[in-house]
Write a protein that binds this ligand. Structure first.
Ligand code: TMP
Length: 264
C-alpha cells in the first residue's frame, strides 16, 4: 500500500518557480501552495553588495514563521501555512502586487537621507511609502497616482494594503516593544489570494530582520540587516538576539546551519 503514503519530492527534483535574492519558491505539494526556501545570501544596494552568511536563512525562516503565525492568529491574513523544516515553509500561492510597502515610525535610512532628517527622530505619525518592485529601475518610490494609472493596484486595493500595513505595524511595534526593541521601519509585500471567485489582499513574502529596522531600546544597537549594509559585523549574533528575545530560541541555543541546502 506504499502508493497511499504521501510522497516526498527530493528538493533537486521539485519544480523551481522563482528565485530571488534571498529566497527560492518551489512548487508545493498541492495546487495553490508553494514552498518558500530561505537562502543564506545577503544583498544590499540592489545586489551590488553580496555575501553568503551561514545561518541567516535558518534564522529568517524561524523569525518570519513566528511573526506570520501571530498575524494569522490575530486575524491579519497572510500567505503563511506552516514551517516545514529549518529553511522552508509552506505558503499559499498568491499574485504578488509589484509594490514594496514601507512603514516608518522613526526617521532612518533613505527617508533620513531624502528629507535631511536626523536618524532616530520619532516621526509625527507612522508614514506609509510605496516602491515599485523593479530591480532594473532600482525599486523607485511611487505615489498612489502611479499605482492606479499603471494598473499595479486599484484604489480599493491600495486602501486594503494600507489598512493591512497599519495593522502589521501596530502588532509588530507592540510585540517588539515588549522585548526591548524599537521597530524603526519595515517593508512588507502583499498579494492577491483567490478563493473561488473571492479575492483578498494578504501579507506575503517574509518579515524578518532582513526587512525591518530593529534597534535595541536601551543601547540603540542595530539588530537588523543594517549590520551588513553598513559593514558593522555581527549579523548572525544580532538576528539570534532577536530570535531569543521573541522566545523562538532558548538562551543557550546556537543557530544550526545544517538542514536542507540548495542544490546549485
Ligand atoms: P530604506 O530606508 O532603505 O528605504 O528602507 C526602509 C525599510 O525597508 C527598511 O526596514 C529596510 C526595508 N527594505 C527592504 O526590505 N528591502 C529593500 O530593498 C529596501 C531598500 C529596504
Amino acid at each position: 500500500m506504499d502508493f497511499l503514503k504521501p510522497r516526498y519530492t527530493p528538493m533537486n527534483r521539485r519544480r523551481r518557480i522563482y528565485e530571488g535574492k534571498a529566497k527560492v519558491l518551489y512548487e508545493g505539494p498541492e495546487p495553490g501552495t508553494l514552498i518558500q526556501h530561505f537562502k543564506d545570501d545577503a544583498t544590499a544596494f540592489n545586489a551590488k553588495k553580496h555575501e553568503v552568511i551561514d545561518g541567516k536563512g535558518v534564522l529568517n525562516n524561524r523569525i518570519s514563521e513566528f511573526l506570520f503565525q501571530h498575524l494569522n492568529d490575530i486575524g491579519v491574513p497572510t500567505h503563511f501555512i506552516r514551517r516545514l523544516n529549518m529553511r522552508e515553509q509552506l505558503i499559499r500561492e498568491v499574485e504578488i502586487i509589484p509594490l514594496e510597502v514601507v512603514v516608518r515610525n522613526v526617521a532612518a535610512g533613505s527617508l533620513a537621507t531624502r528629507l535631511g532628517l536626523e536618524e532616530g527622530t520619532q516621526l509625527p505619525r507612522s508614514i506609509i511609502e510605496f516602491y515599485y518592485k523593479n530591480d532594473a529601475l532600482n525599486d523607485p518610490m511611487v505615489s498612489e497616482e502611479h499605482i492606479t494609472a499603471f494598473g499595479w493596484a486599484t484604489p480599493q486595493e491600495i486602501d486594503d494594503i494600507m489598512a493591512l500595513a497599519i495593522r502589521v505595524n501596530d502588532f509588530l511595534s507592540g510585540l517588539f516593544l515588549g522585548v526591548g526593541i524599537r521597530l524603526v521601519d519595515f517593508k512588507i509585500e502583499t498579494g492577491r489570494l483567490w478563493e473561488g471567485d473571492m479575492m483578498r489582499i494578504v501579507v506575503a513574502d517574509e518579515i524578518s530582520p532582513d526587512s525591518c529596522r530593529l534597534w535595541d531600546i536601551k543601547s540603540a544597537d542595530k539588530l537588523d540587516k543594517d549590520r551588513f549594509r553598513k559593514d558593522l559585523g555581527g549579523l548572525i549574533e544580532a538576528y539570534t538576539e532577536v530570535a531569543k528575545r521573541l522566545g523562538i530560541m532558548s538562551e543557550n541555543e546556537k543557530v544550526q546551519t545544517g538542514g536542507p541546502r540548495l542544490v546549485q
